[in-house]
Write a protein that binds this ligand. Structure first.
Ligand SMILES: *Cc1c(COP(=O)(O)O)cnc(C)c1O
Length: 398
């Protein structure tokens, strides 16, 4: 039986996935491919990780029935509160899992790439906890734009290394991290921050994030007597919070799946990150997926108001959902995300991350029925976005 949840043994979700890596990286990737399931599915590993998720991260995160939002949209809206995790987003679920895996593989050194700095902070946090050396590659431009997260990483003891080539942003940081990994293969584990990269990273990250939908199932059972909602909704940058939210529901035909991509200034504006609307099949960062690229295969610079969605591809898991119409994709523009951030704040007293606000805006794009149970992943909190929010407050006198 084919499933949407699991890739085949070569890491393919339908036609997407695989491991397109330079020969010098192959030993690292192969070591992971051969060991990851055995290690992370062992009882010892699961217990260690679950204890940390519970007492360190603060899981299970609440599944909150947002009454005011529900009333406004005439349906039942539940928010999965990943914003309440330690470090403020879902990324810590993956970072902790991978640092623990690296320890089991005998690695002493951790490298990561980061764009906005959220994945860098989560990785630096897990490394501080488990006493591992941590190096975070970050584009020079991003270092200047994301000073608070750079400070956090440094305080946590990580070394932040600027990537100075190309556009000096996320994709250049990925290239630097891969170069480091080739040179330090035996000592180092590379922690990718989303469901992207060569096999087994997409599956590895999806498994660590699947705790989100695992909890939604028992929490719904407790609250409404059934495990499956009618809809699950999440934003997609690379797609890790979405993969975690969809994981236990993709093979349940009764559950409808909705993904929100960053439309930026609009899909036809030339400043967008809506990959499924603008992309074509291609290889990016080691796997075959849907990529925003020119006719001759050059990656097109994406744009989104939220740094976490500012990525020119999506993970192969999501490319497969798109290709088979298993998920419905919406493109949500910058101003629409901002509108929904303020709406949630004023209606429920919760300041969401700009990324999560793209998922919230689906409430305005789609009609839900009175009896529908709609679960939206609130992937992170809005502290990091206060500067953007303040600007809107001041210019529009809100
Ligand atoms: C990084 C980030 C995202 C986007 O990453 P995914 O891998 O697509 O989940 C979304 N929300 C928040 C709060 C983030 O920090």
């Amino acid at each position: 039986m084919t499933t949407y949840r699991n890739p085949d043994e070569n890491g393919y979700y339908g036609e997407f996935g695989g491991a397109f890596v330079p020969e010098m990286l192959y030993p690292n990737v192969e070591e992971l491919q051969q060991n990851y399931i055995k290690i992370i599915e062992s009882e010892e590993f699961k217990k260690e990780l679950n204890d940390l998720l519970k007492d360190y991260v603060g899981r299970a995160t609440p599944l909150y029935l947002a009454k005011n939002l529900s009333e406004k949209y005439g349906t039942n809206v539940y928010l999965k509160r990943e914003d309440l995790n330690h470090t403020g987003a879902h990324k810590i679920n993956n970072a902790l899992g991978q640092v623990l895996l690296a320890k089991k593989l005998g690695k002493k050194r951790i490298i990561a790439e980061t764009g906005a700095g959220q994945h860098g902070v989560a990785t630096a946090t897990a490394c501080a906890l488990m006493n591992l050396e941590c190096i975070v590659y970050m584009g020079e431009v991003d270092i200047a734009r994301q000073a608070p997260n750079v400070a956090r990483m440094k305080m946590l003891g990580a070394k932040v290394v600027p990537a100075t080539s190309g556009s000096k942003t996320l994709k250049d940081a990925v290239n630097e991290a891969l170069r480091d990994w080739i040179n330090n293969a035996t000592t180092t584990h590379y922690i990718i921050g989303s469901v992207v990269g060569p096999h087994p990273f997409p599956d590895l990250v999806a498994r660590f994030q699947s705790v989100i939908s695992e909890e939604i199932k028992w929490q719904l059972k407790e609250k409404i007597g059934r495990e499956n909602p009618d809809y699950v909704i999440a934003c997609v940058g690379g797609g890790s919070n979405a993969a975690g939210t969809f994981y236990h529901f993709v093979d349940e035909p009764s559950v409808k799946i909705i993904a929100a991509e960053a439309g930026g200034f609009g899909v036809s504006s030339g400043k967008s990150a809506a990959t499924t609307f603008l992309g074509t099949t291609g290889v990016l960062h080691g796997s075959k997926s849907i990529v925003m690229q020119t006719n001759d295969g050059q990656v097109i610079e994406p744009h989104s108001i939220s740094a976490g969605l500012d990525y020119p591809g999506i993970g192969p898991f999501h490319a497969n959902l798109f290709k088979n119409n298993r998920a419905e994709f919406f493109s949500i523009n910058d101003d629409e995300a901002l509108e929904s951030a303020f709406e949630l704040t004023r209606l429920e007293g919760i300041i969401p991350a700009l990324e999560s606000s793209h998922a919230l805006h689906v409430l305005k794009k789609k009609n839900f029925q009175k009896d529908d149970v709609v679960v939206i992943c609130l992937s992170g909190r809005g502290d990091k976005d206060m500067e953007t929010y303040l600007k809107k407050l001041e210019t529009e006198n809100l």
